[in-house]
Ligand binder design. Structure first.
Ligand code: ATP
Ligand code: MG
Length: 692
C-alpha cells in the first residue's frame, strides 16, 4: 500500500466524481463529470487540521463575521509583552475605501510584541532548543550544516548585538544583499529582534537595481557576502554591492558600513575588493558578541520590513509590512495550508529575496517551530534530480516551489524524479504564477506519486500571506485552480464598472475588507499605494490579477489583467491559452501576448518552448493551434506560433510578457528596462527567430 513510514499516510486517489463519492466527500459541491477532481485520502484527512468542507465553512464564517474573535483567539497563542487594548472590543481598524478618506489599516495596534522572540525564544524556552531549525544544504553536493533553534537564536543575538553596537536602532532600515546562507534568515531575524527594518534585495539583482532600492529606503548599513557559487558559476556579490554603493553615493545617499560575510568556498578573502573604513568582515566582529541579546518590544503596527516587488510590470514598489498582523497571518496560513505537524520537514525553494522567502521560509515556519531545509543552490544543479536527492536526504514532507521550476524539471522527463524514492513527501505546494493543469498533473502524478495534494497558493508581496489556497484534506482539488479563500479573505470578482458579480463569473480579482497580513503602505508613497490598489475599484483592494469563479465557487487565476488579450471582443486570459498549449505533450512552456490585428482588434501571438530534443515542424505548429481550438475555442486560436528556446523571465522566474509584447509587435527599440531579467540573452535569441 502507499503508507509512508511514521506519517501513516496512504494513497490519495485521483477520482472522477461519477465514482461513488457523496457531496461531502468532494467538499460539498456538485461537479461536472467531465471535470477532474482529486480527493484527499481518508488517511490524509484523519491528520488534517481542517478535515472537511463543513469544518472550513464554519471557521470561514466566523472569520468574516467575527474577525475580532477569530484572529484574537489565534493571536493569543503568541507571546505579547503587552496585549492589544480591547477597550472598544475591536482589534483592528480599517478604511480601504478611498471615497471615505485616506486608506489606513491597523491590526492589534497598541499591543507590544517581537516576531523574533516568537519565532525563536518562545520555542527554546518551551524546551525545543535542540530541535533542528535549519538543514542548510549548499550549492555543491556534500556541503551542508545543521542548526538547532538554540543555535539560530545565539547567532541572531550575536548579530543583533553587533548591529546595536554600530548604532542601529528601532526603525532604522538595514539593507541585506546575501546569498542563501543560513546567515540570511539570521540577518532578518537579528533586525527584527532590535526593531530595525530589513530590506532584503535578492542577490541576483544588478548593481543598478540594488542602488535604486538603497536610494529609496536609505539604509546606513548593508549586509552582504563576498561571493556565492550558483550552479557552476561564482558570482562576486561584493563587487556588485561596491558598484551599487558608488551609484547610491553619487545620487545622494552614502552607506557607511558594509558588513561582509566571508564565503571563502566561493572566493578567497584576499581576492575580495575592499574599502577600508567602510567594509568589515562579518566573521571578524560578530562572533565576539554575546549570545544573549535583549529584545526590543515593538508596537504591532511598527514596521517589520520593506520588500520591493519583483518588477514584472514596472517601477518596483517598496511594500511595507508591519509586525503584529503579519506575524499572526504568516504563521496561520503556513499552518493550515500545509497542514503542518510538528514532525514535518519543510522545504521551500524560494530565496529570502522574495516575499515567499520572508513569509514561508523564515517567519511562517519558524513561528510554527518547524524544521526546514535552506538550500543555497538551484533545482537543476548538478543535475535535474537534485531536488529529489535533497528530499530523500532530509526526509522532506512538505515541498513548496514555483511553476517555472516544475516546468523546467518536467522538460527533463520523469527519470531524474523516479531515480529517487520521495516517499517522505506528504504535501506539494506551488506559487508565483498560475500552474497549468498539465504541469499540475505531472507534479501530482510523477513527483507526488498521486499521494500528495497540490497546494496552489495565490497571493502577492502586497498580501503578506496566502489569500486563495487549498486546505489539503478539507476538499477536493481541481488541477489548475487555487480553490477557495483563506480564513478572513473575502474575494470579489468585479466587472469593468466595479460591481461585484455573483455565481459563476470572470473579472477583476479584488478583496473586500482588510486582513491582518496586508501591506500598510508603499515606502514613502502613500498616494501611489492608494491609486494603485484602492482607487481602481472603490471599496476594494485590487490585486491586478484576473480570475474566473466556477459553479462550485472555485477560483481560477487567469493572469495579470494588463496581459489580457481582447480578440474580436472576447477577453482572453493568458493563462488559459498557455495551459492549452502546454497540454500538448511536446510543449514545455508557453507565453501568449496580444498584437494589433486589423480585423480582430488583437491577435494572439504565442511563444512556445518545446521539450528537450523535440524538433520544430509545421505539423507541430498546427497541432498546437488545434490544441487551443479544441480546448478553448476557435476564437482563441493563436495567429502566430513563435519558437522560443527560452522565455524572458524575471529573476523570480516569472514570464515577462511586457517584453514579449514588444517583440510580437516588432517594436524592438522600445523593449524598455530589461535589467530585471534573469537572462537578457534570450531576448536577442527570440528576435533572431522572428518569422522562422
Ligand atoms: P510586480 O508587482 O512588481 O509586477 P509580481 O507581481 O510578479 O511583481 P509578486 O508579488 O511576487 O510580484 O507576485 C504576485 C503575483 O504573482 C500575483 O499578482 C499573480 O499574478 C502571480 N501569482 C502568484 N501566485 C500565483 C498562483 N498561485 N496562481 C496564479 N498567479 C499567481
Ligand atoms: Mg504584482
Amino acid at each position: 500500500n502507499g503508507s509512508v513510514g511514521s506519517m501513516g499516510l496512504s494513497t490519495l486517489a485521483s477520482v472522477r466524481p461519477n465514482f461513488k463519492l457523496s457531496a461531502a466527500d468532494v467538499g460539498g459541491f456538485v461537479s461536472d463529470p467531465a471535470e477532474e477532481l482529486v480527493a484527499p485520502s481518508e488517511a490524509f484527512r484523519q491528520r488534517a487540521l481542517v478535515a472537511s468542507r463543513a469544518q472550513y465553512d464554519e471557521m470561514y464564517k466566523r472569520s468574516v463575521e467575527d474577525p475580532d474573535g477569530f484572529w484574537g483567539d489565534i493571536a493569543s497563542t503568541f507571546f505579547w509583552k503587552k496585549k492589544w487594548p480591547t477597550t472598544e472590543g475591536k482589534l483592528y481598524s480599517e478604511n480601504i475605501d478611498v471615497r471615505t478618506g485616506r486608506v489606513a489599516v491597523e491590526w492589534f495596534k497598541g499591543g507590544q510584541t517581537n516576531i523574533c522572540y516568537n519565532a525563536l525564544d518562545r520555542h527554546v524556552e518551551a524546551g525545543f532548543g535542540d530541535k533542528v531549525a535549519f538543514f542548510w544544504e549548499g550549492n555543491d553536493t556534500g556541503v551542508d550544516a545543521t542548526l538547532t533553534y538554540k543555535e539560530v537564536l545565539e547567532r541572531v543575538c550575536q548579530l543583533a548585538n553587533y548591529l546595536r553596537s554600530q548604532g542601529v536602532k528601532k526603525g532604522d532600515a538595514v539593507a541585506i544583499y546575501m546569498p542563501m546562507l543560513a546567515e540570511l534568515p539570521i540577518a532578518m531575524l537579528a533586525c527584527a529582534r532590535i526593531g530595525a527594518v530589513h530590506s532584503v534585495v535578492f542577490a541576483g539583482f544588478s548593481a543598478e537595481s540594488l542602488s535604486q532600492r538603497i536610494l529609496d529606503c536609505k539604509p546606513n548599513i548593508i549586509l552582504t557576502s563576498s561571493a556565492v557559487k550558483r550552479a557552476a558559476k561564482v558570482i562576486k556579490l561584493k563587487d556588485i554591492v561596491d558598484d551599487a554603493l558608488k551609484t547610491a553615493a553619487e545620487n545622494g545617499h552614502s552607506v557607511g558600513l558594509c558588513l561582509t560575510y566571508d564565503n571563502n568556498s566561493a572566493l578567497k578573502r584576499e581576492d575580495t575588493a575592499w574599502q577600508e573604513g567602510r567594509d568589515v568582515w562579518w566573521q571578524d566582529v560578530v562572533p565576539s558578541h554575546s549570545k544573549e541579546c535583549e529584545v526590543e518590544w515593538v508596537d504591532a503596527e511598527d514596521t517589520l520590513f520593506l520588500l520591493y516587488t519583483s518588477g514584472s510590470t514596472g517601477k518596483p514598489k517598496g511594500v511595507l509590512h508591519t509586525t503584529g498582523g503579519y506575524m499572526v497571518y504568516a504563521a496561520t496560513t503556513f499552518k493550515y495550508a500545509f497542514n503542518y505537524h510538528e514532525d514535518d520537514v519543510y522545504w521551500c525553494t524560494a530565496d529570502c529575496g522574495w516575499i515567499t522567502g520572508h513569509s514561508y521560509l523564515t517567519y511562517g515556519p519558524l513561528l510554527n517551530g518547524a524544521s526546514m531545509v535552506v538550500f543555497e543552490g538551484v533545482p537543476n544543479y548538478p543535475d535535474a534530480g537534485r531536488c529529489w536527492e535533497i528530499v530523500d536526504k532530509y526526509n522532506v514532507t512538505i515541498f513548496y516551489t514555483a511553476p517555472t521550476a516544475i516546468r523546467s524539471l518536467m522538460r527533463s522527463g520523469d527519470e531524474p524524479v523516479k531515480r529517487h524514492s520521495r516517499k517522505s513527501l506528504r504535501v506539494l505546494g506551488s506559487v508565483g504564477e498560475p500552474i497549468n493543469p498539465s504541469a499540475w498533473k505531472w507534479y501530482y502524478e510523477v513527483v507526488g506519486d498521486k499521494r500528495c495534494p497540490i497546494v496552489d497558493t495565490w497571493w502577492q508581496t502586497e498580501t503578506g500571506g496566502f489569500m486563495i489556497t487549498p486546505l489539503p484534506g478539507a476538499w477536493c482539488l481541481k488541477p489548475g485552480s487555487a480553490t477557495l479563500p483563506f480564513f478572513g479573505i473575502q474575494p470579489a470578482v468585479v466587472d469593468e464598472n466595479g460591481h461585484a458579480q455573483t455565481g459563476e463569473c470572470s473579472g477583476y480579482l479584488c478583496i473586500k475588507a482588510a486582513w491582518p497580513g496586508m501591506m500598510r503602505t508603499l515606502q514613502g508613497d502613500h498616494d501611489r499605494y492608494e491609486t494603485t490598489y484602492f482607487a481602481p475599484f472603490k471599496g476594494y483592494y485590487f490585486s491586478g490579477d484576473g480570475c474566473r469563479r466556477d459553479k462550485d465557487g472555485f477560483y481560477w487565476l487567469t493572469g495579470r489583467v494588463d496581459d489580457v488579450i481582447n480578440v474580436s471582443g472576447h477577453r482572453i486570459g493568458t493563462a488559459e491559452v498557455e495551459s492549452a498549449l502546454v497540454s500538448h505533450p511536446q510543449c514545455a512552456e508557453a507565453a501568449v501576448v496580444g498584437f494589433d490585428h486589423e480585423v480582430k482588434g488583437q491577435g494572439i501571438f504565442a511563444f512556445v518552448t518545446l521539450l528537450e530534443f523535440v524538433e520544430y515542424s509545421d505539423e507541430l505548429r498546427t497541432a498546437l493551434v488545434n490544441a487551443v481550438r479544441s480546448q478553448i475555442g476557435a476564437f482563441a486560436a493563436p495567429d502566430v506560433i513563435h519558437w522560443a528556446p527560452g522565455l524572458p523571465k524575471t529573476r523570480s522566474g516569472k514570464i515577462m510578457r511586457r517584453i514579449l509584447r514588444k517583440i510580437a509587435s516588432n517594436q524592438l527599440d522600445e523593449l524598455g528596462d530589461i535589467s530585471t531579467l534573469a537572462d537578457t540573452s534570450v531576448v536577442d535569441q527570440l528576435i533572431s527567430l522572428r518569422g522562422k
